[in-house]
Design a protein. Structure first.
Length: 299
């Protein structure tokens, strides 16, 4: 008999993740406040729940992919109160990118009820969600992370145990802070080359084989026309929006403040993305984060 997964949050990331679980043979009961997202999930083979209680009835796993910590805490504790509705044997896997403090609270509240819970934020973007190649950064008990692999293995290619509850969120904040830093540096270097007469594709090829090589340059080139299939070649639509990078950088800055860590490069990246998001009449916040290339081209 197929195991049941209750899936909350069926947006650009959650929808494809739920669809991959259907392909793997799980029974997925979906819940989202956006009717269109639920309709798409049903097309992919999920069943639709009328409410949160119906979604978790008999669920072996509960997976959530939510926009922020307040919503996650409301779902599990303060609002719907899933922690008081789920089966005692269920394993909760929150894949949202939220503050470590929120994940720790959810984990602690679950523990008082003898319910297993881990935080498992992801890296890999929409393409990774669709292709089941996401990286999961997990926080929680090692045995619970191991048990979660039964579902995580069908949504991602890499699963890491970062440490106790909240550790996955810290790892995600560190990773995305670094991502922002090297995306900005890549865009800045490419624009410097173009301003001095170089072809951006030729310069990219040079840097790819030199010490400047990095993920943004190799997999997600921010300069239009250099690489096919990335947001830069479709007017920066799709992908990981600027406003989501702003959120993640904000979480990184919160973590740095809490630990009194020096993060000057992260702070600069945070300031630049905040400035870029509001620098024109266009809504830059909804563009892909690689569109920071425009900041250098327009100034």
């Amino acid at each position: 008999m197929a195991k049941k997964v209750a899936f909350f949050g069926l947006g650009n990331m959650g929808g494809p993740m739920a669809a991959n679980l259907i392909k793997a043979g799980f029974e997925v009961c979906a819940f989202d406040l956006v009717p269109a997202s639920v309709a798409k999930a049903v097309e992919d083979g999920c069943s639709a729940a009328a409410n949160e209680k119906e979604a978790v009835a008999g669920a072996d796993f509960v997976i959530s992919m939510l926009p922020n910590g307040a919503i996650a805490e409301a779902l599990y504790i303060d609002g719907a109160g899933l922690l008081d509705l789920v089966e005692p044997s269920a394993l909760l896997v929150d894949c949202s990118t939220i503050a470590a403090s929120s994940s720790r609270r959810i984990g602690e509240e679950a523990k008082t009820r003898n319910i297993r819970a881990i935080d498992a934020p992801v890296s890999g973007g929409v393409g990774g969600a669709e292709g089941a190649t996401l990286a999961f950064m997990c926080g929680g008990e090692a045995a619970d992370v191991e048990a979660a692999k039964e579902v995580l293995n069908h949504m991602g290619a890499n699963i890491f145990h970062a440490g106790p509850a909240g550790a996955g969120q810290v790892a995600k904040a560190c990773n995305n802070m670094l991502l922002a830093v090297h995306m900005i540096g890549t865009a800045e270097a490419l624009q410097l080359g173009v301003d001095n007469g170089l072809d951006p594709k030729a310069l990219s090829e040079i840097m790819l084989k030199s010490s400047g090589c990095n993920w943004s340059l190799e997999k997600y080139n921010p300069y239009p026309g250099v690489m096919e299939g990335v947001p830069a070649s479709r007017d920066y639509t799709g992908g990981f929006m600027v406003k989501l990078m702003q959120k993640d950088l904000g979480l990184a800055m919160e973590a740095a403040l809490a630990s009194k860590s020096a993060t000057p490069m992260g702070a600069l990246a945070n300031n630049l993305y905040n400035l870029y998001a509001t620098m024109s009449d266009e809504d830059n916040a909804d563009l892909d984060f690689s569109s920071i290339q425009r900041f250098f081209g327009e100034n």
